[in-house]
Design a protein around this ligand. Structure first.
Ligand code: NAI
Ligand code: HPV
Length: 532
C-alpha cells in the first residue's frame, strides 16, 4: 500500500482518483512546520504540495520511502530540486492547469491598476464619494511589454491584442516568426523598459530573471508607466520598485507575489497607495485547482506504480514519439547494465554505451539512464533510479560515453554496454530486442551467446576441456539445481570459455563455491536480473 501526504490545500475533487485508488492511502495534513514534516515524512511514498510547503533537503533526506513530490501548480522554486535529484526523488508539476487562471489574474490586476479599482472601492465603502481622485487611463492604444512569453505570457499577449494594445514581447525562445504570427513585436528587455506603458512579467525566478527589472531599468522607463508581477517575487526588485514609485516613474504597481511570503506587516508595498497587492491568488480559481490536482494525482499514481509518467521537472522531457520508440528497450537496457556490472569485481572507471540500428537515430538519453541504473544497482541497490543514475555515476567520477554506430552485426537493433575497469580490462554485454521473441543477450565479453535474460543465471568462466559441461551439470544436479537452458562460448578449442546457465531457482552460495573448486573453472557467480 502506498501512502501519500497532502501538505497544502489541494482540491478534494482533483485528488479523488488518488483517494479512490485501491493501492493508495491519502492523508491531508496542512500547515506543518519543517520539523513536523521531517518527523512524519518517513511513512510516505508521495508528497503533494502547492507553494506554501518548502520542500527542503532535510525533509527529502528524512523521506526514506519518498519516490515522488508532486507540485499541484507550475513553479517548483519551493522544492529543492538538486537534493531531490541526488536522492532519486522524482519531482513533477502540473504545467498547464494554471495558465488561464494566472493570465486572467494578471489582466485583472492590469485593469485594476488602470482604473484604481481597489483604492476607489476602499474609499467608497468607507462612506466617501470621491470621483476626482481616481482618474484612470485606457488600455486601448497603450504599449504592453511582456517579459516571458511562455504559456501565461502568451495568453496575456493574446488578450492585450483584443484590447487594442500594442504588445512587445521578450523571451529567449521567442522567434521573429512566432511573434509575427501572434501579431506582436519581438523586443529586447531594453526596448520594453524604454517604451512600454505597462509591463507584466511571466518568467520563473532564476538567477537570470532575479531582478531583471531593477534600478537601472526603472531609470529609463516612461514616466507614469505601470507594472505587474503575477510571476514570482524577486523578478522585479522590490526595493527598486518602491523607489521608482516614490520618484513618480511608476504610476502604479500590482503584485500577486512577494520575495518572502507572506510579507511582514511593515513591508513597504502594504502601505503605499500606488501599489496594489493580492496574496498569491493567480492560481486560485475553482477550475485551475481542480485541473492541477487531477493532473498531478494521475502522474503520482503512475510513478508509484512504476508506470510511464510525464511532467517530471528533474528529468529532461522526452517527446512522446521518442518515448514510444525507447520504452520497449528500458527493461533490456537495465538488464544489460546489471549483467555487465555483475560479471566483474573490479572498480568501474568508464561506462561506454553504444546504440546501433533502430536506436541510432533517436535521442537515447532516457534509455542511457536505465542502463546506468542497471550498472549501479549492483552497489547502490534500490537507492539508484532513473532520476539519480546519471548524477550518481558522475558524482563517483565514472565517465559516461555514449556512441551510435551503423554496425548492427545483423540485428535490427543492438545495445552494447562496456564497462572500462580499473584493472585495464573491460566487461562487455550486448543485447537486442528480437521482434516476436523478446530480449536476447547476444554478447558477453568477447563471446557470442544467445541468451534470454530471465530467471536465475549462473555465469561461469572456465577452460574449454572435454567433460566440463557434464561435471557442472552433475554438480548442480546433485545439489537439486535444475538447468533450464545453457549457453557455452569459446574463442578457440581448449582456450578460455564461458558458460551461462539458466536455472529454475536461486543457487546456494555453497554450490557456487563448489563450482569454483572444479579444476577447469575460474569463476562462478550468480547474476541477479530484474524482477520484470
Ligand atoms: N501567481 C501565481 O499564482 C502563479 C505564478 N506562476 C508563475 O508564472 C511563471 C510562468 O508560468 P508559465 O507561463 O506557465 O511558464 P512557462 O515555462 O510556460 O513560461 C516561462 C517563460 O519564461 C521564459 N524565460 C526564462 N528566462 C527568461 C528570461 N531571462 N527572460 C525572459 N523570459 C525568460 C521561458 O523561456 C519561458 O518561455 C511560473 O514560473 C511561475 O513562477 C505560475 C502559475 C501561477
Ligand atoms: O503554479 C504556480 O507556480 C503558482 O504560483 C501557484 O501557486 P499556488 O499553487 O497557488 O500556491
Amino acid at each position: 500500500m502506498f501512502k501519500v501526504l497532502v501538505s497544502d490545500p489541494i482540491s478534494d475533487l482533483g485528488i479523488q482518483k488518488l483517494v479512490d485508488a485501491d493501492d493508495v492511502v491519502v492523508e491531508k495534513k496542512i500547515g506543518l512546520s519543517e520539523e513536523e514534516l521531517i518527523q512524519i515524512i518517513p511513512e510516505y511514498d508521495g508528497l503533494l504540495v502547492r507553494s506554501q510547503t518548502t520542500v527542503t533537503d532535510k525533509i527529502l533526506a528524512a523521506g526514506e520511502r519518498l519516490k515522488v513530490v508532486g507540485r499541484a501548480g507550475v513553479g517548483v522554486d519551493n522544492i529543492n530540486l538538486e537534493a531531490a535529484t541526488q536522492r532519486g526523488i522524482i519531482v513533477i508539476n502540473a504545467p498547464d492547469g494554471n495558465t488561464i487562471t494566472t493570465c486572467e489574474h494578471a489582466f485583472a490586476m492590469m485593469m485594476a491598476l488602470a482604473r484604481h479599482i481597489p483604492q476607489a472601492y476602499a474609499k467608497t465603502v468607507s462612506g466617501v464619494w470621491d470621483r476626482k481622485s481616481f482618474l484612470g487611463v485606457e488600455l486601448h492604444h497603450k504599449t504592453l511589454g511582456v517579459l516571458g512569453m511562455g504559456r501565461i505570457g502568451s495568453e496575456v499577449a493574446k488578450r492585450a491584442k483584443a484590447f487594442g494594445m500594442e504588445v512587445l514581447g521578450f523571451d529567449p525562445f521567442l522567434t521573429e516568426e512566432r511573434a509575427e504570427k501572434m501579431g506582436i513585436t519581438l523586443a529586447s528587455v531594453d526596448d520594453i523598459v524604454r517604451n512600454a506603458d505597462f509591463i507584466t512579467v511571466h518568467t520563473p525566478l532564476t538567477p537570470e530573471t532575479r531582478g531583471i527589472i531593477s534600478t537601472d531599468q526603472f531609470a529609463v522607463m516612461k514616466k507614469g508607466m505601470r507594472i505587474i508581477n503575477c510571476a514570482r517575487g524577486g523578478v522585479i526588485d522590490e526595493n527598486a520598485l518602491v523607489e521608482a514609485v516614490n520618484q513618480g516613474i511608476v504610476a502604479g504597481a500590482a503584485f500577486d507575489v512577494f520575495e518572502h511570503e507572506p510579507p511582514q506587516p511593515d513591508h513597504p508595498f502594504l502601505n503605499n497607495p500606488k501599489i496594489i497587492v493580492t496574496p498569491h491568488l493567480g492560481a486560485s480559481t475553482v477550475e485551475a485547482q481542480e485541473n492541477v490536482a487531477i493532473d498531478v494525482s494521475e502522474q503520482v499514481l503512475h510513478i508509484l506504480r512504476d508506470e510511464p509518467f510525464k511532467n517530471a521537472v528533474n528529468i529532461p522531457p522526452v517527446a512522446p514519439s521518442v518515448m514510444s520508440k525507447l520504452q520497449p528497450y528500458f527493461v533490456l537496457g537495465e538488464k544489460l547494465g546489471t549483467v555487465a556490472a555483475q560479471i566483474t569485481n573490479a572498480a568501474i572507471q568508464e561506462i561506454v554505451v553504444n546504440y546501433a540500428g533502430d536506436l541510432s537515430e533517436v535521442d537515447t538519453q532516457p534509455l542511457t539512464r536505465h542502463i546506468l541504473k542497471g550498472v549501479l544497482s549492483r552497489h547502490f541497490g534500490s537507492d539508484v533510479n532513473i532520476v539519480n543514475s546519471m548524477h550518481l555515476a558522475k558524482a563517483r567520477q565514472v565517465n559516461i560515453v555514449v556512441s551510435k554506430s551503423a554496425t548492427t552485426k545483423g540485428f535490427t537493433n543492438l545495445i552494447s554496454v562496456a564497462l572500462k575497469l580499473e584493472n585495464g580490462e573491460e566487461s562487455i554485454v550486448g543485447g537486442t530486442l528480437l521482434a516476436g521473441y523478446g530480449e536476447r543477450i547476444v554478447q558477453i565479453n568477447k563471446f557470442t551467446v544467445d541468451l534470454e535474460p530471465t530467471g536465475h543465471l549462473i555465469y561461469i568462466s572456465h577452460h574449454d576441456k572435454p567433460g566440463i559441461i557434464g561435471k557442472v551439470g552433475t554438480l548442480l544436479g546433485n545439489n537439486d539445481v535444475n538447468i533450464a537452458a545453457m549457453q557455452v562460448g569459446r574463442k578457440t578449442v581448449g582456450g578460455e570459455a564461458i558458460m551461462v546457465l539458466s536455472v529454475d531457482k536461486e543457487v546456494p552460495k555453497k554450490v557456487l563455491e563448489e563450482l569454483v573448486q572444479l579444476p577447469e573453472v575460474n569463476t562462478a557467480q550468480e547474476i541477479a536480473l530484474l524482477s520484470k
